[in-house]
Design a protein around this ligand. Structure first.
Ligand SMILES: O=C(O)CCC(=O)C(=O)O
Length: 282
């Protein structure tokens, strides 16, 4: 069951944290494995611009993370019982790295037909202002979809370097500090950003994008998602299989197809993106 205050606070503020989904030891172990992948030869095939994308298609342990009952209960309390995962991303922030994420709303370039979506950011280590945690602008999900502008900046680890065209009063924003195993959840129209990592340690976490099965892709004919709770009575997305083994060839083939489909959507209408190789998402 979701905490009693989950839905009212989420609907009022556009986010909720902290929700505890994993014990600290379990979360630290997940973080160790994710970091191992980030340091491996696989990393360059899995994303770009400081992201690793769609690990849930390739790694059974990530598939376990996206099915956390604590997270699914919270998401279900707002989106209903039938849930898909549309994507997962690890935004890499190595020690003393300048990578940042500009103010944006997630749903801007995802091509989804409505806002029946929620993102869960899972901390595998401590996440704070020093190592580049997210900052939220409370209530900004009520602004609806704001225009965004693509800005080429090598340090921006968002796919298109997109900036929401909004003047955000930083004094009104909330730093999303989390301990290992804690999760923050946010609405696809909530304005958020994150800063660089000024510490000696990696910042390790993963974001999971949940949608209701009723959502459909409005920009492309083909898109993929994975059923994680309930039933999919719509079949708007090609269903992703649960990976059987880590990084097997079937998983890679599916991952390549999914990334190609997402990139069609994410780069729709993109200009001046020479520095952004279209292999990442979000
Ligand atoms: O991990 C970060 O620093 C940014 C993540 C983000 O923008 C998101 O989860 O939507």
């Amino acid at each position: 069951m979701a905490p009693n205050d989950f839905k009212p606070r989420y609907e009022r503020d556009g986010y909720y944290f902290p929700l505890t989904a994993f014990g600290a030891d379990q979360a630290t172990e997940y973080g160790r494995r994710v970091q191992e992948i980030a340091n491996s030869n696989h990393a360059c095939r899995l994303g770009n611009r400081g992201q690793i994308n769609q690990l849930h298609v390739l790694c059974p342990f990530v598939n376990e993370i996206i099915r956390s009952p604590a997270i699914l209960d919270a998401v279900e309390s707002v989106l209903g019982p039938n849930l898909l995962v549309w994507g997962t991303s690890v935004f890499l922030k190595p020690p003393h790295s300048s990578g940042f994420v500009s103010w944006h709303q997630d749903l801007t370039y995802w091509g989804l037909n409505n806002e029946q979506e929620m993102s869960a950011w899972v901390a595998f280590g401590s996440v704070n202002q020093e190592n580049g945690c997210m900052h939220f602008l409370p209530g900004s999900h009520n602004l609806g979809q704001k225009p965004h502008r693509d800005v080429v900046d090598a340090s921006n680890i968002l796919t298109r370097g997109q900036h929401a065209e909004v003047d955000v009063d930083e004094s009104q924003t909330i730093p999303v500090e989390l301990e290992p195993g804690q999760v923050s959840l946010h609405h696809g129209h909530l304005l958020h950003r994150s800063g660089p990592n000024n510490t000696d340690h990696h910042r390790v976490g993963m974001v999971i994008n949940y949608i209701s099965t009723s959502v459909y892709q409005s920009v492309a004919d083909l898109d993929f998602a994975m059923l994680v709770r309930g039933v999919d009575e719509y079949h708007h997305f090609e269903e992703l299989p649960v990976p059987k083994a880590e990084f097997d060839e079937d998983g890679f083939a599916m991952h390549d197809r999914m990334m190609a489909a997402h990139n069609n959507v994410l780069y729709d209408g993109a200009r001046n993106m020479d520095s952004a190789a279209p292999v990442s998402r979000k």
